[in-house]
Design a protein around this ligand. Structure first.
Ligand code: 13P
Ligand code: SF4
Length: 367
């Protein structure tokens, strides 16, 4: 079977229905979790489905999970999230822990929109176009090879919860900014920091020199990579306006991976942790339309029944790659750990890890 993005999602369950029922799978995960105790920590991103997040020792946004991975003493880190998050965990732990991603197919379509080869090509073009200092910033949603590029070129990584601080730092440090792979987070944050849209250009690697002239590079303050999130691009300005028209009491809060029109029309925006915190602190009776991944929105709605919480979009904005982490995959990975023969291990090579670490340490220092 092929999903919306052309991925093969054939039913290749590591533990079949004939072997164990869904209930038995959940029961065994519980048992193994108790058995493995401090040997294993389970980290769960907020977009994970309920039957995974219930087992997470720590739930969090990208920043919080990277910090927890850094601090843990557990021998094994089970990362219930996507590939770049597990790679980040391996980097911040200096490769001293064993990081497991229960299903190796859990990637990120945005991260796949920037390759090291394309970034290096773009960088050479920028260097030939201008002598001004360009500081590279990458959103944490990218491959380790790109984090390493940023480390080598004295830039920093950012997440959606610290993008403002990191970009501010970069603008004080250099003349221009290269922000990748998410054009929307880059544009939204730079605009909030007072940079006009006219001073931002978009580099599209599908065109010669990204579709830009040397003059455009010279005149730009910010060069945005063309990448985007396939989930958050599902939200539209029309959806925001319709909600506001039909229910003026309802507050619209979105993730900054949404496009500029949505971001500008919404009442508020922030990382998953920010969204959760804001809704939790709101008084009973408050109403929210939330522009982010559907598993998180549904969970908030079920957990806070004293508030009205709906998805901004009438369509299911599901991150299909996050959704690949399912209980059967988690259990198979836990069984392998129990047998001291871990599977689905994520390892970043030493040189990439060292340079990536520089870029991550820059972020931790700034924030
Ligand atoms: P945050 O949880 O950091 O807001 O990131 C959202 C996201 O898209 C993760 O891939
Ligand atoms: Fe990637 Fe978007 Fe899924 Fe986040 S929600 S993991 S950015 S595809």
């Amino acid at each position: 079977m092929i999903d919306l993005f052309g991925n093969n999602i054939e039913n290749t369950e590591p533990i079949t229905q004939t072997e164990l029922s869904d209930e038995e799978v959940l029961f065994e995960i519980d048992q193994l979790k108790a058995e493995l105790k401090e040997k294993l920590i389970i980290l769960g991103h907020h977009y994970q489905q309920d039957d995974i997040i219930r087992f997470a020792d720590i739930k969090g946004d990208s920043l919080a999970l990277a910090q927890k991975a850094k601090e843990t003493k557990a021998e094994y880190i089970m990362f219930c999230g996507v590939h770049f998050m597990a790679e980040t965990a391996d980097i911040v732990t200096h490769g001293k822990r064993t990081v497991v991603l229960p299903d190796l197919r859990a990637g990120c379509s945005m991260a796949d929109m920037a390759s090291a080869e394309d970034i290096n090509k773009a960088w050479s073009f920028f260097k030939s176009a201008t002598d001004e200092k360009i500081v590279p910033i990458t959103y944490i949603n990218c491959a380790a090879s790109l984090k390493s590029f940023v480390g080598k070129n004295e830039g920093s990584i950012c997440t959606s919860s610290n993008a403002k601080k990191v970009i501010k730092w970069a603008l004080e440090k250099g003349d221009k900014l290269l922000f990748f792979p998410d054009q929307h987070l880059g544009r939204n944050t730079c605009f909030e920091l007072g940079i006009p849209l006219e001073e931002m250009v978009v580099y599209d690697p599908n065109y010669q020199n990204g579709g830009l002239s040397s003059k455009q590079i010279q005149n730009a303050k910010v060069i945005l990579w063309y990448g985007l999130c396939s989930v958050h691009q599902g939200f539209t300005k029309e959806q925001v306006l319709t909600i506001k028209k039909n229910n003026p009491r309802m507050e619209v809060i979105v993730h900054p991976e949404c496009n500029f029109e949505v971001f500008s029309a919404a009442d508020d925006a922030g990382s998953t942790a920010y969204i959760i915190d804001k809704i939790k602190r709101a008084p009973a009776g408050s109403e929210f339309a939330v522009g982010t991944e559907i598993n998180l929105v549904n969970r908030l709605a079920h957990e806070m029944t004293d508030k009205k919480i709906i998805s901004l979009s009438p369509y299911q904005c599901l991150c299909t790659t996050m959704y690949r982490i399912r209980p059967r995959w988690l259990l198979a990975s836990m069984r392998a750990i129990k047998n001291n023969n871990p599977i689905n291990v994520i390892k970043v090579d030493k040189t990439t890890r060292e340079f990536s670490l520089r870029a991550l340490e820059a972020m931790f220092k700034i924030t």
